[in-house]
Design a protein around this ligand. Structure first.
Ligand SMILES: [Zn+2]
Length: 385
C-alpha cells in the first residue's frame, strides 16, 4: 500500500499537468475537449468545454476584454460608450451661421461633434434658447466680430490676436451661449477628422458646463481650471471615438477617420509630456495645489493633458453622474469641500494618493521614449486642504 500510494502521488500531478497543457493547446471553437465545464484562456478569449450531442467540444468563446474593462482608461471609456448608446436622439436649438468661404467638410465635422455632444449631455443640460454657432473659417475678422455682436458678444483680446491661426470657443453671458470657430482657410488635406470631431464635442461641452454651473468657469470661478479643460478634453476624445460605431459619419469623414484615442493621447502627451516627465511626483503634486493651476493661465500640459487624466480616473472610480454631482455641489460651496463631500476623500489626499500617480503612470506609458524623473512614483507628502 505504501509504495502504491507514493506512486500515485507522483503520477497524479504529471497526469494533471499533461491534461491541462493538452486542453490549452486544443482550445479552439468546435475542437474536442475532455471535461465538461473546464475553461481555457487563449489570447483574449475564454473557451468553455461544453457537451454538444454526444461529443464534448470547446464553445465559440467569450472575448473577455470586451466584457471586463481591464484598466481605468478602458473603464472610463466603457462608461461613456454605454451612456452614449443609451441616450435618445436629441436636436439642440443650434443656429448655424457659417461664412460662405468656410470649408464645408471642416464645418460638417465640427457640426457632427457638436451634435453628438448635445446628445450625450442632454440630461445634464439643454440650451433653453437659441444657441448660435458661428464659423468664420477663412474670412475676415470683421465678419466674425459683426456676427458675434448680433448675438451680444464681443471678441476678446486673445481671440483677436489669434484669429488667423484659428480657434474654437464657447462663451456664455447672462443671456445665453455662443459657439465660435475660425481659422485659416482649410484644405481638405489638412483637416484632422478625429481631432475636429473632438473639438466640436469639447466646445459644446463648455456650454454644458456653464449650464450646469449657472455661469462660466473658465478660470476657476466655480470648478478648478484642470477640471474645466481636462473634462472637455476627455469627453471630446471619448465621444469622438464613438461616432463611427454609430454610423454618424458620412463617407468623407469616415475615410479620414482613425479610431485612436490612444494615438491622440500620444500626440497630446508627446507634446506636453516633457513637462510632466521632468517632474517628480512631489513636484507635480505641488504644482497642482498652486492657486494658478485652479484659476490662472494653467499651461496645457497641466490643465488639458494631466487634467484629462485626472478626469478619467475620477470617472473610472466614481462614475459619470457622481462626477457631475461634484460640479453641482460646487455651485454653492467651494469646490474642495464639495469634492470631499461627494467623493468621501480630501482633495489633496486624493491627489497625492491617486490622481498624481495615475497621471505619472499614464504619461510614462504613452511616451516611454523619454525616461521619467527617477522620483516620479515616490510617495507624496501632503497636508489636507
Ligand atoms: Zn476648452
Amino acid at each position: 500500500m505504501k509504495i502504491r500510494l507514493i506512486a500515485l502521488l507522483v503520477i497524479t500531478p504529471l497526469l494533471l499537468s499533461s491534461q491541462l497543457s493538452t486542453s490549452h493547446a486544443a482550445a479552439k471553437a468546435g475542437a474536442k475537449c475532455s471535461t465538461v465545464g473546464v475553461k481555457s484562456v487563449v489570447g483574449t478569449k475564454t473557451f468553455t468545454c461544453v457537451k454538444s450531442g454526444k461529443k464534448l467540444i470547446w464553445d465559440k468563446g467569450v472575448n473577455k476584454a470586451t466584457l471586463i474593462p481591464k484598466t481605468r482608461e478602458e473603464k472610463a471609456f466603457e462608461l461613456v460608450r454605454a451612456a452614449y448608446l443609451a441616450k435618445p436622439a436629441y436636436k439642440a436649438p443650434i443656429t448655424y451661421v457659417v461664412a460662405e468661404k468656410s470649408n464645408q467638410s471642416f464645418f460638417q465635422i465640427i457640426k457632427t461633434g457638436t451634435e453628438a455632444s448635445a446628445k450625450f449631455f442632454q440630461n445634464y443640460y439643454k440650451p433653453h434658447s437659441e444657441l448660435p454657432f458661428i464659423m468664420a473659417d477663412g474670412v475676415d475678422i470683421e465678419w466674425m466680430i459683426s456676427n458675434m455682436s448680433k448675438y451680444g458678444f464681443e471678441m476678446d483680446h486673445w481671440s483677436r490676436g489669434a484669429f488667423k491661426s484659428g480657434w474654437g470657443n464657447a462663451h456664455t453671458n447672462s443671456k445665453g451661449s455662443i459657439l465660435v470657430y475660425t481659422g485659416m482657410p482649410s484644405t481638405e488635406k489638412n483637416i484632422y477628422a478625429f481631432g475636429n470631431l473632438g473639438f466640436g464635442v469639447h466646445e459644446y461641452f463648455h456650454v454644458v458646463t456653464a449650464g450646469i454651473l449657472g455661469k462660466e468657469s473658465k478660470f476657476g470661478e466655480v470648478i478648478p481650471r484642470w477640471a474645466y479643460e481636462g473634462s472637455a478634453s476627455f469627453f471630446g476624445n471619448a465621444i469622438a471615438e464613438l461616432l463611427p460605431e454609430k454610423g454618424e459619419l458620412d463617407m468623407w469623414q469616415k475615410t479620414r477617420f482613425k479610431t485612436f484615442t490612444k494615438s491622440m493621447r500620444y500626440y497630446n502627451v508627446k507634446e506636453r509630456v516633457p513637462v510632466l516627465h521632468s517632474l517628480s511626483s512631489q513636484q507635480l503634486y505641488n504644482t497642482f495645489i498652486a492657486p494658478e493651476i485652479d484659476a490662472g493661465t494653467c499651461p496645457q500640459a497641466y490643465c488639458y493633458t494631466a487634467g484629462e487624466l485626472l478626469t478619467e480616473v475620477l470617472l473610472a472610480d466614481y462614475g459619470i453622474d457622481k462626477y457631475f454631482s461634484w460640479w453641482r455641489a460646487s455651485t454653492n460651496t467651494p469646490w474642495r469641500s464639495a469634492f470631499e463631500k461627494t467623493f468621501g476623500i480630501n482633495f489633496n489626499q486624493w491627489l497625492a494618493e491617486v490622481g498624481i500617480l495615475y497621471v505619472m503612470e499614464e504619461a510614462s506609458k504613452v511616451y516611454p521614449e523619454q525616461p521619467a524623473n527617477p522620483d516620479y512614483k515616490k510617495k507624496i507628502e501632503f497636508t489636507k486642504s
